[in-house]
Design a protein around this ligand. Structure first.
Ligand SMILES: *Cc1c(COP(=O)(O)O)cnc(C)c1O
Length: 405
């Protein structure tokens, strides 16, 4: 007997780590005719976006908006401060760290990678040794991913600043907050981050296609000494626009901007710190459920130490081929789409069938997370994948405030 599926007849939940769920407010804001791009509402609105973005990034410094995804912001940030032949240090904790390093290689940089594997954060002591060995200060920038979305590990960005300062090393501290901004606590200025990049489609709940580079005065001084920066990536006119066009280097991404406006209104109405606390609570509920499932059978959180786990994305190991089977089952039976394994390929598991990831970033709340966990629980049962009991109760206890932190 086949049981009926509940895939249809309700709302699906796209629980992948980006693009994230878009709020109705964002969708409605974009549903409009093309606006005049030369004068009127759009121009006024865009001016207001900059300070509201900077408030999410916790910076009083400059913001440049790019039309492009996170990869564009990676390239934009590098193009402004790294000349061909200059060295960058990449302490990689997963696929995205390597990706940013690869982008730097493509721009002609000399890329020095320290590979911390796929289950651990950046080891500050190792970075300190590497900086100490660089007596001639050949390293011009440290490219650090705050939350590597492939492994779901979160690294200590403020710690990297302390390490740079302790070494008296002048390299710029550049952070990728594409997965973490608006989810995990991040303080650009207080943590001494010189350049930060992020995108629109994760914590900022807007379609992919906008990205942002925030930079401070130290980074601007490095930019000023660059022999040349390609016109399109140059952040200087974008951050100090006399004319509207200079924000974008051409036609404005009109509808994305309206969507972003609505998303920023939501973030600031809730309050950035409350948004962080909500993500922390929902992440704890997910971990509690996973801990219960893990007491029997193959499911494991990829990052063992909760202090290093992201609040926006959770990577899970379940063994080949259960990850892929589970994803397929929940998608076809309960309307839930989970993230694929990424950057976890090995010789015995080239298709990364032993992994899956949960996106819990942006427009998420307790009932969505309980639905996510309930759907996974149904999949584990349906597929006879052994698992421990009590996962949903454990998650509910966290949401009820009845579980220790
Ligand atoms: C999603 C993501 C990227 C890539 O962003 P795209 O918009 O897909 O180019 C880079 N870094 C991190 C940490 C991400 O989560």
């Amino acid at each position: 007997m086949t049981s009926p599926t509940t895939r249809h007849g309700g709302r699906g939940y796209l629980a992948i780590p980006g693009p994230s769920v878009m709020p109705e407010e964002v969708l409605r804001a974009m549903h409009r005719a093309a606006p005049n791009i030369y004068e009127g509402d759009l121009i006024e609105m865009t001016r207001g976006l900059i300070p509201d973005l900077a408030r999410v990034a916790r910076t009083e410094h400059d913001t440049a908006i790019y039309i492009g995804n996170g990869h564009a912001a990676w390239e934009a940030a590098l193009a402004n401060v790294i000349a061909p032949g200059e060295r960058v240090l990449v302490p990689a904790t997963g696929r995205f760290g390597h990706g940013w390093g690869d982008m730097a290689t493509g721009l002609g940089a000399d890329v020095q990678v320290i590979d911390f594997g796929r289950q651990a954060p950046i080891d500050l002591d190792v970075v300190a040794e590497t900086l100490a060995a660089d007596a001639g200060h050949a390293i011009k920038a440290v490219l650090a991913v705050h939350v590597d979305t492939s492994s779901s590990v979160r690294s200590d960005i403020a710690g990297l600043r302390r390490v740079l300062d302790a070494a008296g090393h002048p390299a710029l501290l550049m952070a990728d907050c594409i997965a973490s901004l608006g989810c995990d606590v991040f303080e650009m200025d207080a943590w001494g981050v010189d350049v930060m990049v992020t995108g629109s489609q994760k914590g900022l709940m807007t379609p992919p296609g906008l990205s942002f580079v925030f930079f401070n005065d130290r980074a601007a001084a490095v930019r000023a000494r660059m022999p040349r920066v390609s016109r399109y990536w140059d952040w200087t006119p974008r951050a100090d626009p006399e004319f509207f066009f200079q924000y974008f280097g051409g036609t404005a991404p009109t509808h994305h901007l309206f969507g972003l406006r609505a998303a920023l209104d939501m973030v600031h109405a809730e309050g950035v710190e409350t948004v962080w606390a909500r993500h922390a609570l929902l992440a704890r509920a997910i971990w509690a459920a996973c801990d219960a499932w893990s007491t029997e059978g193959p499911l494991r959180l990829n990052i063992a130490d909760r202090a290093h786990r992201s609040h926006a994305v959770t990577a899970l190991r379940i063994g080949k081929p259960h990850g892929t089977r589970l994803r397929k089952w929940v998608e076809s039976n309960v309307g839930l789409t989970l993230g694929i394994g990424l950057g976890m390929a090995t010789e015995d598991d080239p298709g990364q069938d032993g992994f899956f990831r949960l996106g819990h970033m942006g427009h998420v709340n307790g009932q969505m997370i309980m639905g996510l966990l309930g759907g996974i629980g149904a999949g584990l049962r349906a597929l006879d994948i052994p698992h421990g009991p009590g996962a949903l109760d454990a998650a509910a206890a966290v949401l009820a405030g009845a579980a220790p932190d």
